[in-house]
Design a protein around this ligand. Structure first.
Ligand SMILES: Nc1ncnc2c1ncn2[C@@H]1O[C@H](COP(=O)(O)OP(=O)(O)OP(=O)(O)O)[C@@H](O)[C@H]1O
Length: 244
């Protein structure tokens, strides 16, 4: 089967920000600025992952384990310090609420902006516009500037545009959580529809019941490393402290 996502040995370091005392800074200065005042840590540490076309994968793990950072590398909004990420086909999804939206533009203009960013032509967006607005249930607010939208309204429009781009690879971060329950159910049904149509899914979530329902494979991250990769029910059992 064809590979949809190939993550090869990626590492990402961030600066651990913490305030230094004036004394520490002074000592550092008089010592000729030797050493580094800022400490770094690995958010991702030599991570490799291969996802085949049509697979649905849940990225799991405790807070700060690196799930969102890995998803951002797959989507291409973040670049690794080391290693490579390759994806096949159109990649879309929801990584951060409001990303790719311009606050001063109306919902309508943002549909065109976001659609274009995701690789759609103006004609394709024209053809799908009604359906995008209908799915989002934004209704009369479509001509309101999105800076006046609630986070749930952002999510509705962003999700709707993303699914209408007909992506090969669909990425979803925890953000579904800001939608109300009926809309969440609608999104989950849509995600399962994409999976059934053979699309590749990567989902980041702490909702273990949800991921067990939506995904087949579970990948657990711990301190920026993959510590488990297998059947989703085994991954969930592992996280819940049960035996696999
Ligand atoms: N842009 C950034 N600058 C500095 N540190 C960052 C940045 N993005 C993430 N981090 C840090 O990297 C680590 C991994 O973050 P990440 O958001 O990937 O974790 P996560 O597994 O998705 O966590 P959660 O379950 O809480 O959403 C965290 O310690 C976080 O503080």
């Amino acid at each position: 089967m064809t590979t949809a996502i190939e993550v090869h040995g990626i590492s990402k370091q961030f600066v651990l920000r913490h305030t230094r005392s004036i004394k520490e800074a002074f000592v550092w200065l008089v010592k000729g600025r030797k050493g580094d005042l800022s400490q770094k840590f690995h958010a991702l540490d030599n991570v490799s992952l291969e996802v085949r076309q049509g697979e649905s994968v849940a990225l799991l793990g405790l807070n700060g384990s690196g799930k969102s950072t890995l998803l951002k590398h797959i989507s291409g909004v973040m670049l690794p310090d080391d290693g490579t990420v390759r994806t096949r086909g159109r990649v879309a999804g929801l990584i951060e609420v409001g990303a790719g939206f311009h606050p001063d533009l109306s919902g309508r203009d943002n549909v065109y902006l976001n659609g274009a960013i995701l690789g759609m032509t103006e004609q394709q967006i024209d053809d799908l516009f009604e359906s995008i607005v209908e799915f989002s249930e934004i209704g009369q607010f479509i001509d309101t500037e999105v800076k006046f939208y609630s986070s749930g309204m952002y999510l509705r429009l962003a999700f709707s545009v993303a699914v209408h781009t007909n992506p090969e690879v669909f990425l979803v971060d925890e953000i579904l959580a800001v939608g109300d329950e009926p809309f969440q159910r609608k999104c989950i049904a849509k995600i399962m529809e994409l999976a059934a149509a053979g699309k590749t899914l990567v989902v980041v979530s702490h909702d273990l019941d949800l991921v067990a329902q939506v995904c087949e494979r579970g990948v657990i991250l711990e301190h920026g490393k993959i510590v488990f990769d297998g059947e989703v029910h085994d991954a969930v059992a592992h996280l819940r402290g049960g035996s696999i």
